[in-house]
Design a protein around this ligand. Structure first.
Ligand SMILES: Cc1ncc(COP(=O)(O)O)c(C=O)c1O
Length: 368
């Protein structure tokens, strides 16, 4: 590329970054093969009717800026979680809070620990700050490895990302593992405990993590999302519960003004009350996850145990399998897993989605 005058102003750590947009889903043009979006861990069903009605009502007032603080949503989250409202922060998806943690905790030259494989935003936020990403290999069963995470921490570590259920593997940390992590991590760093798949984990039997994490003396944030179990990925709302008011204020200081729009606020508030809708989604996900896992095993693949709304399998040539599925308009995510041949992550969709994945994989494996 010819040299651009912009090169003069773009700082080297940004110039070095690659453009990595999130995966896209092609539009469904009503062709004979429907588009099946199983690569973004979205919910397969639309939001509850009451949520759609609340969004429509909020849309009628969009000439006004939203409530920047999201006071009503935060009051409801405080009531449900038992955390003081002053310690709760919101963001445009929990993604905004991942970026904020890196902004708050990292200076250039610092170190941050994040699992490998892991949610790509961790590495991106760390490099955006000019800090060093120290990878902590995830265990072979797809669960965050507490020992590897602790071993990766040094005096220069200022931030540690941990996720449970973990993405892209689905592994769930046990209460004892969380306790061990919380006890053994030094106080001089920020623990960002990412629970984007919290509701699925609880449904699968996970212990409530907040009381365990609250035992930590050093700073921590637990983030959760409305994108997954609440089916609001397109609305972009997430929240964080922090160790104390001073840390929450740091997130408030750097938040982009009005980053959570009024339609999203109305959607999130209403979705919290739609408990039957949530329960149906969670029951459906667990049943289809079991059916998909069994079907994958019958094909000779080895699905990892998952407590999330997706199942991953280690497999040679995951990109080839994903391409074979994409030819049938079924989109899944191949991902590299250092030390293995790679893996494929498949989001739990409708029953028809599960059938389409299993049929597509059966044919692709037979034509090897
Ligand atoms: C582990 C993990 N954390 C955070 C997010 C961000 O979700 P959102 O910004 O939609 O809340 C995702 C989304 O896929 C995720 O998988």
């Amino acid at each position: 590329m010819p040299k651009s005058t912009a090169d003069e102003v773009i700082v080297p750590r940004i110039r070095r970054l690659a453009i990595v947009p999130p995966a896209a889903t092609p539009p469904d043009r009503g062709e004979s093969l429907p588009v099946r979006s199983l690569h973004l861990n979205e919910a397969p069903f639309p939001p509850a009717p009451a949520v759609i009605a609340a969004m429509q009502q909020a849309a009628a007032g969009l000439n006004r800026y939203p409530d920047h603080d999201g006071a009503e949503l935060i009051a409801e989250l405080a009531r449900r979680t038992g955390a003081p409202a002053e310690t709760i922060v919101i963001g445009s998806g929990s993604n905004e809070l991942l970026y904020a943690s890196a902004d708050i905790a990292l200076d250039p030259g610092d170190e941050a620990v994040a699992p490998v494989p892991g949610f790509p935003t961790y590495a991106k936020t760390i490099s955006l700050r000019g800090a060093t990403h120290v990878g902590a290999p995830v265990r072979a069963d797809g669960v965050v490895d507490v020992a590897a995470t602790l071993a990766a921490v040094t005096d220069r570590t200022r931030l540690v990302f941990v996720a449970t259920p973990h993405n892209p593997t689905g592994g769930l940390m046990g209460a004892g593992e969380i306790e061990h992590l919380v006890r053994a991590l030094p106080d001089h760093l920020l623990l960002h405990f990412d629970e984007a798949y919290y509701e699925f984990g609880r449904h699968a039997g996970a212990a409530e993590s907040l009381p365990l994490i609250a035992r930590r003396r050093g700073p921590w944030i637990v983030t959760r999302s409305f994108s997954k179990a609440y089916g609001l990925a397109g609305a972009r709302v997430g929240y964080g519960i922090t160790s104390d008011r001073a840390l929450a204020d740091a997130y408030r200081k750097i938040r982009v003004n009005f980053s959570v729009n009024a339609v999203a606020l109305a959607a999130a508030r209403t979705a919290l009350g739609e408990t039957d809708h949530l329960a149906r989604l969670l029951d459906h996900t667990a049943a289809e996850r079991q059916r998909l896992s069994r079907g994958l095993a019958e094909l000779g693949l080895k699905p990892l145990p998952s407590a999330a709304n997706f199942v991953s399998v280690l497999t040679p040539a995951p990109a080839r399998l994903a391409a074979a599925l994409a030819e049938r308009n079924v989109f899944v995510l191949p991902f590299p897993w250092p030390g293995t041949e790679g893996a494929l992550r498949i989001t739990i969709g409708s029953q028809a989605d599960t059938d389409a994945v299993l049929n597509g994989l059966r044919d692709a494996l037979a034509s090897r």
